[in-house]
Design a protein around this ligand. Sequence first.
Ligand SMILES: [Mg+2]
Length: 382
Amino acid sequence: MKKERNMWLDGIMGLAVGDALGVPAKFSSRDWLTEIPVNDMCGYGTHPVPKGTWSDDTSMTWAALDSLREGYAPNLMADKFCEWFFAGKYTPHGRVFDYGNATKDALVRYRSTQNPLDCGMKDEKSNGNGALMRILPVCLYCYSLEKNEKLAAEDSIDIIFEATAITHAHLRSKLASALYYFVCCAVLEEDDMKTAVADGLKKGFEFFDKTPEYAEELKNYDRLRDIENFADLPHEQIQSTGYVVHSLEAALWCLLNTNNYADSVLEAVNLGGDTDTIAAIAGGLAGLFYGYDSIPKEWLGVLARCKELEAACTDPTKAEEHSYEYISIMPKRRLRNYTKIKLFLETLLEKETDINTKTLINYMLQKNERSYKEYLEMLEDE
Ligand SMILES: [Mg+2]
């Protein structure tokens, strides 16, 4: 990680400023923005909101970050999203606006079922950028735990997939978030933006290419496999819609074709279309790379609730209430760590009331490690 910097502040403020720059120009055409480009914070335009107002992207990012203070667990995160959506918490001026349908439908569903693992939209049409735009805190969280050897790469991907799926459960959306995660990690390590994007994506593709079931979906991201070529694509070949593949491509293209924070986010806004979200996605990475100090002070000066948001940008793993409880019982960790398997079975035993299951779990607990593995493989086969 880059020395002496607070990656939470760098990334999240970078995202929020990009979001706020894009809000007034949302849905504007590229032709229009070529004539009259956005080059500063402004108010009104698409939404009736004053200068410096950020939108759902920052609200959900803040909510996700806040949930991580208790540790990662999908229900904690979904609860925070509901506090935003149904009660207006984490909003710039108390009003919820600019959210997507998949997010709305998922949170309405979660409110009635309370099941965060089965409320996200699974259909192919629900592949908007609504999860990608708010995944940054989860990426930083996993990066930080991997650095401290509390998490393996596979676990990080499980977490990124699961957190994405709270609202966007289609594999395409999950892959977008995970590719973004790999880029985040590389951006935090590398000194050159182009190398970082190329290395991050290379690692991501290498990771996912090992799973044949992902091959078909991964084809949607094929243009990102050759970064030299992709970076040189002309403007006209970059689409800036809210479709998750377009948004990820557009954000990365902006980072590859600029060399400072301000230009990265302005380039993203001036592509037109889903301006706030593409600038938020690009802005998060640009903030991580160039640092908080590179964000123009005059933009931060008008950003809604700037001081509160900045104060919230702290490492959630250092929070007093932080716990690893949920992570410790995630399926892949169970397969790798037999102590954890034992703990998991004991936890199940405490909760499980069915006598046959109790007998089976007790039997398992008496067996050696090899049997645990067999048992879990048996479960996986089912
Ligand atoms: Mg928005």
